[in-house]
Structures are given as structure tokens and as C-alpha cells.
Design a protein around this ligand. Structure first.
Ligand code: PGA
Length: 261
């Protein structure tokens, strides 16, 4: 079995995900941003672009081979009396292929590690590719953040079978950089991605863990994307604010594409 992600690995494509969060305010604006991005993305062949709009706008768009559609959350139950929640199956049946799970902004609102693991399980079972966010709030000098990142990573995958681990994307997002003015240094990023790779290798073995994309997120823009791709040892980017302007996001996609040549 092969999904888009294993193809990315083979074709050496980078992955760029736009997380719109609770923006924009209306469908017209959403369509303008999406269509602008789609036009440019269709000319960039070495980057896989995924856009994650808020739920009300999802049905306005279609996943295509140029821009894939993602959501920002799911619920871990399949159906029933869960007012306000959205299931993995509802998303799959609405044309969604990816879903962000465990974003730090959701964890701040009370999402627990057990919830993240249950959501990852349901996403994979339904055929969605989970984009699992992990990352420390504080990058302390003693290095205790390393334990936290390891715990978040292992617990998020804890309900999957070893043979299913390859179906996920990991987005390492140091919480202190998300929404901030500066990204993590590419040196530290490189160290963190090696660390995450090593944990995956130790826990799940080479066959299961090879090719799992490790993305970086937190204050990425068109000016730092190139250096991150060249020096950060990462497979792509999770982008918040800069995905809300088609022009700026296109610049960012081009920077990633050029750096990946
Ligand atoms: P930012 O957000 O790019 O605005 O820092 C990243 C994220 O929340 O995924």
C-alpha cells in the first residue's frame, strides 16, 4: 500500500501545510485565498501543498493532485450524541485527506495526550493522514523539553499498530515559536528532527519508521523557509499566519521549491 506520503518520500517532495486556524471570516475570502494558492501550486511540482481551512469552508474546496484538503481537528468517536464534534468519516466523505491532530492551541484548550492518541487512531482507521503536532512550551537549558517531546510523540502513536506508524506525519512545533516573531534556529531544528527520527527508529524499527515525514512549524515565512529547508533537516513546514495571504504563501511555496532543487 502506498499513500501520498510514501510517494512524497520516494519523489523527494517537501510538504507545506497551511493551517488557517479560525480564519478568514467568510467563504468569499476563503475561496480567494484557496484559488490563488491552487493556481500557483499547480506550477510547483516538487512540493506537496495541503490547506486546512475551518470546517464551514471545507465543502467549498476539492482535494486535487495540486492542493490537498486537510481539517484542523476530529473527534475520536464515530457517530452519535456529540454536539459540536466532527468525525473522521464525515471528513473523509467530504473529500478531506489530512487532519491536524494535537495542535498546541487545542492542547491549551484542554486536549489531553490520551485524546490525541484516540484521534490519531480514528483518523488512520478512516483513511485520513494525521498531521500530529508535538512540541515543548519552553526550551529550557536543562533539556527537560526532550522528555516531553518524546512522551508526546510516543503517546500520540500508542494506539496504532506498529505496521501503521508509516501513515502519519509528525509536525514538530516548539510552542514558543508558534505565532511568534522568530523561528527556531536551523541548527536546533536539525538536532530536534534527528532526535525525533531516533525515537521513531528505536521504538518502531527501520521498516516502520523510515519515510515518516517530520515537519517544522512556528513563525515560518517566505524569508526563512529556504534556509529551513536547506539546513533544518526537515521534510516540510506547517504554516499558520503566512497561509492566510495567497501572495505570501505562494512566495513561501516558491522558496521551498527552489531550496528543494
Ligand atoms: P505560525 O503558526 O506560522 O503563525 O507561527 C504555526 C502553527 O500554528 O501551526
Amino acid at each position: 500500500m502506498q499513500n501520498n506520503i510514501s510517494r512524497n518520500f520516494k519523489e523527494k517532495k517537501k510538504i507545506v501545510i497551511g493551517n488557517w486556524k479560525m480564519n478568514p471570516d467568510n467563504p468569499k475570502e476563503a475561496s480567494n485565498i484557496y484559488n490563488g494558492i491552487k493556481r500557483a501550486a499547480s506550477r510547483i511540482s516538487n512540493v506537496t501543498t495541503i490547506i486546512c481551512p475551518p470546517y464551514p469552508f471545507i465543502s467549498l474546496f476539492k482535494s486535487t493532485s495540486k492542493v490537498f484538503l486537510g481539517a484542523q481537528n476530529i473527534f475520536y468517536e464515530e457517530k452519535g450524541s456529540y454536539t459540536g464534534e466532527v468525525s473522521a468519516l464525515q471528513l473523509i466523505n467530504s473529500g478531506v485527506e489530512y487532519v491536524i491532530i494535537g495542535h498546541s492551541e487545542r492542547r491549551k484548550l484542554g486536549e489531553k495526550e490520551e485524546d490525541v492518541a484516540k484521534k490519531v487512531l480514528k483518523a488512520v482507521a478512516a483513511g485520513l493522514t494525521p498531521i500530529i503536532c508535538i512540541g515543548e512550551e519552553v526550551h529550557d537549558a536543562e533539556g527537560t523539553y526532550l522528555d516531553l517531546v518524546k512522551r508526546e510523540l510516543i503517546s500520540s502513536l500508542s494506539l496504532l499498530k506498529k505496521t501503521e506508524i508509516w501513515k502519519v506525519i509528525i509536525a514538530y512545533e516548539p510552542v514558543w515559536a508558534v505565532g511568534g516573531t522568530a523561528a527556531m534556529s536551523t541548527y536546533e531544528m536539525h538536532q530536534m528532527s534527528l532526535y525525533i527520527q531516533k525515537i521513531l527508529l528505536d521504538e518502531y524499527g527501520k521498516t516502520s519508521s523510515t519515510g515518516i515525514p517530520i515537519l517544522y512549524g512556528g513563525a515560518v515565512d517566505a524569508t526563512n523557509a529556504s534556509e529551513i529547508i536547506k539546513k533544518g533537516n526537515i521534510d516540510g513546514l506547517l504554516v499558520g499566519r503566512e497561509s492566510l495571504s495567497a501572495e505570501r504563501f505562494i512566495e513561501l511555496l516558491k522558496a521551498v521549491s527552489n531550496a528543494n532543487n
